[in-house]
Design a protein around this ligand. Structure first.
Ligand SMILES: Nc1ncnc2c1ncn2[C@@H]1O[C@H](COP(=O)(O)OP(=O)(O)OP(=O)(O)O)[C@@H](O)[C@H]1O
Ligand SMILES: [Mg+2]
Length: 265
């Protein structure tokens, strides 16, 4: 398959079908084959992703939480989403069990189904990210190759792997859904960490440790703040003193004479 960049620029070759001109002599758009989809053509849009990011005052990205069941992916992602929302940022949170209620309810937990689960989640996360949202995904996503597949679909700097580095014993002691107990009793097969592997990331952008430097357990808030500070430090979030286009437009509507007073923002 041709790289996405090539497809988007219309320079795909190989399986694509290109006809030079239509009956009016106009050059035809080049169509290509991607997977099982034939005769398709990338549609450029009028409002760019950059335009949306200016509107929102943030850079779209995917924060890919990965870790054992019970490691706190959902808890920390929810806490982080709350912190970001409080600061006026648009977020989206795709959570494992929720997605399996709808989009992925046809999938089970075999290796092939887990891979397809992650592929679909990745594609949905990319759509949100391309709309400028700080997009969080909360899935065990145990296989390195699956996470790498999503990373490869993103541009450098857009995909941040967040490794919940919580020991199995801690996760098993928490066991809020009783799943480890069932897996130990043989009632659930292919359970990650018990009879199915978890492949820890080799070079994650963020490692969330269970304990602090004094050996004390870290709270979900401390973990979420660690991620927030990284986003701030690395320029994903605007300087709060700079108004967003959205805020400026809201104020413009407020003032009938159209004169902006940025001091009010
Ligand atoms: N930092 C923490 N300290 C103590 N308890 C925590 C922490 N983070 C999460 N927990 C608790 O651990 C349990 C599991 O958390 P959570 O459901 O977020 O895990 P998960 O990684 O999303 O698991 P799953 O993959 O099964 O969805 C919850 O009861 C949660 O309250
Ligand atoms: Mg969860």
């Amino acid at each position: 398959m041709a790289p996405v960049a090539a497809l988007r620029s219309g320079s795909a070759s190989g399986s694509g079908t290109a006809v030079a001109n239509n009956s009016d002599g106009k050059a035809l758009l080049q169509t290509v084959t991607v997977g099982n989809s034939t005769n398709i053509c990338w549609q450029e849009t009028m409002v760019s992703r950059g335009d949306k990011e200016v509107l929102l005052g943030q850079r779209g990205c995917v924060l890919w939480f990965t870790g054992l069941s019970g490691s706190g992916k959902s808890t920390v992602a929810c806490t982080l989403e709350h912190l970001l929302h409080e600061r006026g940022h648009l977020t989206s949170l795709l959570d494992g069990d929720n997605i399996r209620h709808g989009l992925n309810k046809d999938l089970g937990f075999s290796a092939a189904d887990r891979t397809e689960n992650i592929r679909r989640i990745g594609e949905v996360a990319i759509l949100f990210k391309d709309t400028g949202a700080v997009t969080m995904t909360s899935f065990i996503s145990p296989y390195r190759a699956d996470r790498e597949m999503v990373r490869q679909r993103c541009q450098p700097g857009e995909f941040l792997e967040v490794f919940m580095n919580i020991p199995l014993e801690v996760c098993e002691a928490r066991d809020p859904k009783g799943l480890y107990k069932k897996a130990r009793a043989g009632l659930i097969k292919n359970f990650t960490g018990i009879d199915d592997p978890y492949e820890a990331p080799l070079a994650p952008e963020l490692v969330i440790d269970c304990y602090d430097d004094e050996g004390q357990p870290r709270s979900p808030l401390a973990m979420a703040q660690q991620i927030l500070h990284t986003l701030e430090d690395q320029g994903y979030l605007r300087d709060p003193t700079i108004p967003t286009l959205a805020a400026a437009k809201a104020l413009q509507r407020k003032h009938s004479d159209g004169v902006l007073d940025f001091a009010e923002l």
